[in-house]
Design a protein around this ligand. Sequence first.
Ligand SMILES: Cc1cc2nc3c(=O)[nH]c(=O)nc-3n(C[C@H](O)[C@H](O)[C@H](O)COP(=O)(O)OP(=O)(O)OC[C@H]3O[C@@H](n4cnc5c(N)ncnc54)[C@H](O)[C@@H]3O)c2cc1C
Length: 345
Amino acid sequence: MANKILVYIDHFAGQVVPASWEAVGVGTSLAEELGGDVVAVVLGHEVEEFAQNAIQFGAGGVLVGDAPELKDYRPEPFASVLSQLAAEAEVLLFPTTSRTRELAGMVAVDLETGVIPDVVAFEIKDGSVLATRPIYAGKLLTKVVCSEKRPQILTLRGRAFPKPEPDPGRSGEITPIEMELGEITTEVTGYSESKVGVSLTDAAIIVSGGRGVSNNPQLSPPAEITDESEQEIWRAQQGFALVGELAQVLGAAMGASRAAVDAGYIPYEHQVGQTGKVVSPDLYIACGISGAIQHLAGMRTSKTIVAINRDSEAPIFKLARFGIVGDLFDLLPPLTQAFKDRLGS
Ligand SMILES: Cc1cc2nc3c(=O)[nH]c(=O)nc-3n(C[C@H](O)[C@H](O)[C@H](O)COP(=O)(O)OP(=O)(O)OC[C@H]3O[C@@H](n4cnc5c(N)ncnc54)[C@H](O)[C@@H]3O)c2cc1C
């Protein structure tokens, strides 16, 4: 297969990461310019359905590595199989996830090539992919091209590229692959469930709360809460309840600033930013968040940003498309009600 474009289909707990289908779409666009086939790679156990889905989303064929040992993602066997498959490829694409950051790096080491991570746009220049990626916490975009080394390995930021429409009528070849897995030195002993609800990175809408959610001196905590820091947490819970209600009405995920996470208002899984999740929703509503550079690093590529803050000078307003200057405790209940009325939910 000339100019083979491989697309790694990332999945966890029986669900494909939706950005994998966006990666198939990018593969199809690359194939139009570079030529060659788009071949999806699905590794795991009992993953036949994912292979069928990959065809529907546009892959010309799928290579399937199915074995009980691959039921749980583990870097050594996944990287070893993928490196063998990708050795002759022109391009290897991944959706950016915590697993693929590791996997892409390991495959690049095996094949003595490089990785361009977290790509948000691309073009073809002189037969190579010229990829755009954010640097300096998203303040700048840089264009990077792989040298003559092949494959060119790219991880693609989720929701930065359109997801192709699946076509249930498409057909393509699904090919099982022979694998030599060798000794696997790690074992997955279990997973513990996170209470995040809607996944932040896949969410089309995110409503986030910052330190401001605890700032309502008029709210009096119950008499038995006498400790000041516990009173602050109690106030934050009231504030986050308002954020959560809006999120629920919009079918949104709930995000948070690091200040809110560090203060114990909400678990780390919700943190957006440089040291949290990087998100790109259609709509990001920031409530009581100042807009520190490290927070912006995680959400600046959101399509529409709305900020609610009582300080009209807050930096978040420089990035926001719509800003509401006011107290979130006053603004969120009527806003939620208005959405409820409008959406009939
Ligand atoms: C290495 C490093 C990594 C970091 N990583 C991250 C990261 O991943 N994510 C992240 O978010 N931060 C990160 N930070 C922290 C970052 O610098 C900021 O401290 C943090 O983002 C501030 O959070 P905040 O906006 O909620 O709080 P603040 O900056 O305190 O802002 C609170 C805002 O709420 C407003 N407000 C207060 N009361 C109300 C009210 N009742 N109604 C409406 N508005 C109100 C205030 O006007 C203010 O603008 C990092 C910092 C460092 C040094």
